[in-house]
Design a protein around this ligand. Structure first.
Ligand SMILES: [Mg+2]
Length: 261
């Protein structure tokens, strides 16, 4: 079977880094506090869009968005399936945010935290490529990631898909030459971690940027938190990633937690 230049490059890259841990990072509310200003802005733009497309009022548009996100992982997938929306037009419209500088907020020393983690680092986000790169650039960490797997790269044929679609994840891992046993997924959406766990990845639930955790600036409990069986580590700060042994035998029982008592 013929292989493309990208395929060959990825194979060589994976060989060069064989045996090293692979960190898969979600973007929003994981690497930065999207709920601070970016999510409110995107939500507003998305609801405007859905209102126009579905020719409905604001409350119904909000309900429709929530329903599509719950069913498909992203509003976009529902709009493409049920309203024949042009996905690229939608993505561009709802991510036109102007200067990201004042909107982006993240942990102090984020770049140092990410840079000093050993192994390959990849972004896996339901956002579009241009937006993800814009945020990473604003955070000053774009060059620390070998690739950004955004929603455009999650398509299967002509079907738009999003996290946590299991088949999409399998395909994405295969394409990026990622051995699940070596991979550690860092993500704020707990439901997504359940799917990743089924693929054999180790899972880190990052709760530090969730709105509930930030309400009064303390580390108060996030609703329904605990640590479900599919969450290997629960963290409030990305700094805690350095306390995880990235080369732990994947067959060993995952009982560790880095969350405070
Ligand atoms: Mg997220």
């Amino acid at each position: 079977m013929p292989t493309s230049r990208t395929d060959r490059r990825l194979t060589l890259h994976a060989r060069r880094h064989a045996g090293e841990p692979i960190w898969l990072f979600d973007l929003d509310n994981t690497l930065h506090a999207a709920s601070f200003a970016i999510f409110p802005a995107i939500n507003r733009l998305m609801t405007d869009y859905v209102e126009r497309i579905a020719n409905t009022d604001r409350a119904s548009a909000d309900a429709l968005r929530a329903d599509y996100t719950r069913r498909y992982g992203a509003t976009l997938v529902g709009l493409v399936r049920h309203h024949a929306v042009d996905p690229r037009h939608f993505l561009q419209e709802v991510h036109t945010l102007g200067d990201l500088g004042p909107l982006v907020r993240a942990e102090r020393s984020l770049a140092a935290i990410v840079r000093t983690l050993p192994g390959r680092k990849i972004i896996l986000t339901n956002g579009p490529q241009a937006y993800a790169r814009g945020v990473l650039r604003t955070l000053g960490i774009e060059r620390l990631f070998e690739q950004v797997i955004a929603i455009e790269q999650m398509q299967g044929g002509h079907t738009w898909r999003a996290k946590p679609d299991l088949n999409m994840l399998r395909q994405v891992l295969r394409r990026a030459r990622i051995n699940p046993a070596q991979a550690i997924l860092v993500e704020d959406t707990r439901g997504h971690l359940k799917s990743y766990k089924r693929l054999g990845l180790r899972t880190v639930w990052m709760v530090g940027h969730l709105p509930e955790a930030r309400r009064d600036g303390t580390r108060q409990a996030v609703k329904g938190t605990g640590r479900p069986h599919y969450v290997d580590y629960r963290i409030h700060s990305l700094k805690s990633l350095h306390r995880i042994n990235p080369r732990r035998n994947p067959c060993a029982p995952a009982v560790q937690t880095t969350s405070p008592p």
